[in-house]
Design a protein around this ligand. Structure first.
Ligand code: AMP
Ligand code: MG
Length: 407
C-alpha cells in the first residue's frame, strides 16, 4: 500500500496529452480549448444605443424637466442592423433603437419614457436633463480587439460557447475527446429491468461511470457488465486496450477468490504502477498503463467507485484533455469527521457559505456500499490521515462536484 500523495505523483508522471482537432462551434460543448482565443474585433463593435429612445446632443437638454420640456426636431431614425449614416445637429434628435448605431453629432440617448414621443410635425419633447455618454454602449468598453477572450485549457460551457459565437467564431481548436472503455465485473450483477434472483444485485456503477464520463467531456466507446471469468475479461480488455485512451473498471480488484481483473490486465501486458492506496474507501485501487492507455481498476463498492472516479479518473481525464485542474478548497466542519490513522478518508458531503466562510458537513451514512450518501451531496470531503476524529470547527479539504451548486 502506498500513500495517496505518492500514488498521485505516479499517475501524474504517466499522463499524456491528447491530440487536438478543429470542430464546428456547435459540436464544441464540454470540450477543452486547445489554444487561446483572441477577439478579432472590439465589443461593442461600434457605439450603440442601450435603450429605445432618442439620440440627442446632451447640451441641448440642460434644464429639461417634466414641467419644462425642451423641444427637439426629429430628423432621422437609426435602427438596429442599419449602417451608421445618420447625422444630427444641435437642436435636432434622431429616433434610435436598442443596438442601433449612435448618429454622428449625438452624444447621449434619452429613453422613450422620458420623452413625449414624436408628433406629426416631428417635434419631440425631452423631459429630462441628460449627460454625455448616457445610455450609450461604447465601442470596445467590454473587450478590446486582440484581447484574450478565453484561455487555452478552458472547458466550453454555455458562457464560453456564447462568447465564441458573439465574435463570429465558427470553428474552435479543442482537445480530442478521450475514448473510454468502462466495465463492471461480478457474477452477482444484473442490469436494471431484469428480475433479481437470490444473491443478485443491480449494476449501478456503470451508470455512474457513464454519467461522469459524459460530464467530463469524454466518449464512452465500450461498456459492458462482465462475469467473474478470465476469458470474458480478456476478450473485453484486449479490445479496450487496442481502441481506448482510458479503461475504467469497477469490481474484481480486491482480495476475493474471483477477483481476476488485475491478473488479466497483467496477462495482457499492462504495466502495473500500483495496487492498493492508503485511502478509505477504495483501498484496492489499481493503476496501470498499456501502450497508449491509462487503466484505472476501481473497487466495486458503489461509494468507492464513485469517489474513486472523482478523485483519480476525473483529474486524469482533465489533464489529458489539457484542462487546467483546480485545487481542493478548504472548509470548516459543522459536524465531526471520522479520520483514519494511516489512510486518507473520503466521504460525500455538503458545502455551503455561511458568514462569508465555506462550511461543510459529511454525509451521515459512512458505509462504502451506501450510494444514497451521494444524493444530497455537492462535494467530496477528504481528511488527511491522523489520530482521532476531526472536530466541529476543524478545517477539511473540499472537492466540489463541478456540476452541483454550492447550496
Ligand atoms: P468487488 O470489488 O468486486 O469485491 O465488489 C465489492 C462490492 O461492490 C460487492 O458488494 C459487489 O457486489 C459490489 N459491486 C461490484 N460491482 C458493482 C456494480 N457494478 N454495481 C453495484 N455494485 C457493485
Ligand atoms: Mg466482485
Amino acid at each position: 500500500m502506498i500513500s495517496f500523495q505518492e500514488a498521485k505523483s505516479i499517475v501524474d508522471e504517466n499522463l499524456f496529452q491528447l491530440d487536438q482537432d478543429k470542430v464546428p462551434l456547435s459540436d464544441s460543448t464540454n470540450r477543452v480549448l486547445a489554444e487561446d482565443v483572441e477577439a478579432s474585433m472590439p465589443s461593442p463593435r461600434f457605439d450603440n444605443s442601450a435603450m429605445d429612445g432618442f439620440a440627442v446632443c446632451a447640451a441641448d437638454t440642460i434644464g429639461a424637466s417634466q414641467e419644462n420640456p425642451i423641444e427637439l426636431k426629429m430628423v432621422s431614425v437609426s435602427s438596429a442592423g442599419s449602417p451608421s449614416d445618420v447625422v444630427i445637429d444641435p437642436g435636432e434628435c434622431a429616433q434610435c433603437m436598442t443596438g442601433a448605431a449612435i448618429p454622428k453629432g449625438a452624444d447621449a440617448i434619452v429613453m422613450v419614457e422620458d420623452t413625449s414621443g414624436f408628433t406629426d410635425n416631428k417635434i419631440v419633447q425631452i423631459m429630462i436633463e441628460t449627460t454625455p455618454g448616457k445610455h450609450i454602449r461604447m465601442e470596445g468598453e467590454e473587450i478590446k480587439k486582440g484581447d484574450v477572450l478565453i484561455k487555452k485549457g478552458t472547458k466550453i460551457t454555455p458562457g464560453e460557447i456564447g462568447t465564441l459565437a458573439t465574435f463570429g467564431i465558427d470553428k474552435v481548436s479543442v482537445s480530442n475527446k478521450p475514448r473510454i472503455a468502462i466495465f463492471g465485473t461480478g457474477n452477482e450483477l444484473v442490469e436494471a429491468g431484469n428480475t433479481l434472483e437470490p444473491g443478485q444485485i443491480y449494476n449501478s456503477n456503470l451508470y455512474v461511470f457513464a454519467d461522469l464520463a459524459e460530464k467530463a467531456g469524454t466518449e464512452v466507446v465500450m461498456r459492458d457488465v462482465i462475469q467473474d471469468d478470465k476469458a470474458s475479461l480478456r476478450h473485453f480488455l484486449s479490445d479496450a486496450l487496442d481502441s481506448c485512451d482510458v479503461v475504467i473498471s469497477s469490481g474484481g480488484v480486491s482480495m476475493g477468490r474471483y477477483d481476476y481483473v488485475r491478473d488479466v490486465f497483467m496477462e495482457l501486458g499492462v504495466k502495473e504502477h500500483f495496487w492498493k492506496v492508503a485511502q478509505k474507501p477504495g483501498k484496492p485501487l489499481f493503476f496501470g498503463t498499456g501502450q497508449d492507455t491509462l487503466i484505472f481498476g476501481l473497487p466495486g463498492n458503489p461509494v468507492s467507485s464513485y469517489i474513486g472516479f472523482m478523485e483519480w479518473v476525473w483529474p486524469a481525464l482533465e489533464t489529458i484533455m489539457g484542462k487546467n485542474t483546480s485545487e481542493p478548497l478548504t472548509g470548516k466542519l459543522t459536524e465531526s469527521f471520522p479520520r483514519e490513522p494511516v489512510k486518507k478518508r473520503f466521504l460525500f458531503g455538503k458545502v455551503w457559505i455561511e458568514n462569508g466562510q465555506l462550511v461543510c458537513r459529511p454525509a451521515s451514512k459512512v458505509g462504502s456500499h451506501m450510494l444514497t450518501s451521494s444524493l444530497d451531496a455537492n462535494c467530496i470531503l477528504a481528511a488527511e490521515p491522523g489520530d482521532g476524529i476531526l472536530n466541529v470547527g476543524d478545517n477539511i479539504l473540499v472537492n466540489e462536484l463541478p456540476w452541483k451548486n454550492l447550496s
